[in-house]
Design a protein around this ligand. Structure first.
Ligand code: EPZ
Length: 424
């Protein structure tokens, strides 16, 4: 298995360009199943989750080609089976977003239950509720969601849950509703930029969707959708990770492609933490190096502080003087990075769904284990600022969602390299 080795202590300087958003690209790829011809998606990040989604779509019978590194063309005309293979779905929980497109396209879907993952339980009740409200019958059988809908019909759907709305359930309902008979009204819809991007892609395919980006989305079903050409938005989580990297190393980095309108809560938090953030043409510049300050952060659905940057923000707080409280309101158990950060000398205690972080003068490099995508990113940030060498094992977690992270950080002056190990 590959490892990443980081020599800590270098200030990052220069420019970095963010890749396309993985979490926007995945549902748009699934949406391509709804078209009656090929869809071209540009600005696709080169990360392994995209490869997994491509394999799932191919297993369903679609033709998937990558004409260039950041472009995929999906031709759904060979769609021949409603069954997504377990070996692929278990690798990536986001696979559940083929449920809506399969029901919309062929009125049938069989998807293994994605189950839990490193960040805690991952229920699918909101997806199921949404599909039922559109007239599908769903049951769980032998670990599989078995769904039948024929031609779905529009309906009123409420998608609020205990921890807010669900991003992928909103995506699923929007996709199924796009080709349903009649009007669908989604209340309690997720407002994430990735949902707006999906609505835009579906719009290019001929769907009639209003209100994406608000809590109420109205979809007027149409009989057919066409293939389309769409470029996905830049990755706000990668951008935020780079912003925190600049702050934690006391460096100065221009993050090209970062959309300040997608990063308001992150910009606020970083400014409070002592970084200088400037919105420039083409991106966002972050300068660390001043006095670091602690800040309390609670994650929330968009436009709140994203859960996908919680671990990275925690890494910054480990070296800020004082005590900060980081609270998870989206995935209350998402703290797998904490024991690893503590191995590097951080002082973090978990209290329920909060991490209480007591800032230390310095972290010390150590061998650590990546556990999930964003936890791994937090370990990279900690390694950048720690004294000595940090060796991160199980790097495949990072590769699921960060394109060439070591190349990008090295170009900013980090001492970071990857060693290829034996295959797992
Ligand atoms: C998306 O997952 C992202 N994944 C996640 O990013 C992200 O952390 C999450 O949204 C929250 O922003 C993709 O877009 C591919 P949710 P999703 O359904 O849609 C509960 C990353 O690191 N819930 O919005 O699956 C759930 O347990 C990943 O890139 C239900 O209760 O997340 C959570 O508490 C990790 N019932 C909350 O809702 C359901 O049926 C929000 O989850 C579904 C979810």
């Amino acid at each position: 298995m590959d490892k990443i080795i980081i020599g800590g202590g270098r200030r990052l300087r220069g420019e970095v360009r963010v890749s396309g958003a993985k979490n926007a690209a995945l549902p748009v790829m699934a949406a391509a199943l709804l078209g009656d011809g090929p869809t071209r998606i540009r600005n696709i990040p080169r990360v392994s989750d995209i490869g997994t989604m491509a394999d799932i779509l191919a297993a369903l019978g679609a033709r998937v080609d990558f004409p260039s590194a950041h472009e995929v063309v999906i031709d759904p005309r060979g769609l021949s089976t409603p069954t997504a293979p377990y070996e692929l779905v278990r690798k990536m929980r986001a696979s559940v977003c083929v449920l809506g497109p399969l029901l919309g396209a062929i009125g049938e879907a069989r998807i293994p239950l994605p189950g839990g993952c490193a960040i805690g339980p991952r229920p699918v009740d909101l997806h199921i509720r949404g599909m039922r409200r559109l007239g599908a019958s769903l049951r769980l059988s032998h670990g599989m969601i078995v769904a039948r809908g024929g031609r779905m019909r529009g309906g009123e759907v409420y998608l609020g849950g205990r921890f807010g709305s669900s991003v992928l359930a909103t995506a699923n309902v929007m996709m199924a509703a796009a080709r349903a008979r009649g009007m669908t009204r989604i209340e309690g819809a997720a407002c994430e930029p990735e949902i707006m991007d999906l609505a835009e892609a579906l719009g290019r395919m001929g769907a009639r969707i209003r209100g994406a980006g608000s809590h109420t989305i109205v979809v007027e079903g149409v009989r057919r959708l066409r293939g389309a050409d769409h470029a996905v938005i830049p990755d706000r989580i990668e951008a935020g990770t780079c912003m925190i990297a600049a702050a934690v190393t006391g460096g100065e980095v221009m993050i090209l492609g970062a959309r300040p309108d997608h990063l308001r809560a992150v910009i606020e938090a970083l400014e409070e933490a002592g970084a200088a953030v400037a919105v420039r043409r083409g991106g966002v510049a972050v300068r660390g190096g001043g006095r670091r300050r602690v800040v309390d952060v609670a994650t929330h659905p968009y436009p709140g502080f994203p859960t996908d940057l919680q671990a990275q923000m925690t890494a910054l707080m480990t070296v800020s003087p004082g005590i900060s409280v980081i609270t998870e309101k989206v995935f209350p158990d998402r703290f797998l990075h904490v024991p690893e950060l503590n191995r590097m000398g951080a002082r973090i205690a978990i209290e329920g769904s909060s991490a209480i972080v007591r800032g230390v003068r310095a972290l010390s490099g150590a061998p650590v284990m990546a556990s999930d995508l964003r936890a791994s990113a937090a370990l990279v940030l900690a390694g950048l600022v720690a004294r000595g060498e940090t060796v991160i094992d199980r790097v495949y977690h990072l590769d699921r969602g960060y394109e060439d992270i070591e190349g990008k950080l090295r170009a900013l002056g980090a001492d970071i390299e990857r060693t290829a190990g034996r295959k797992a």
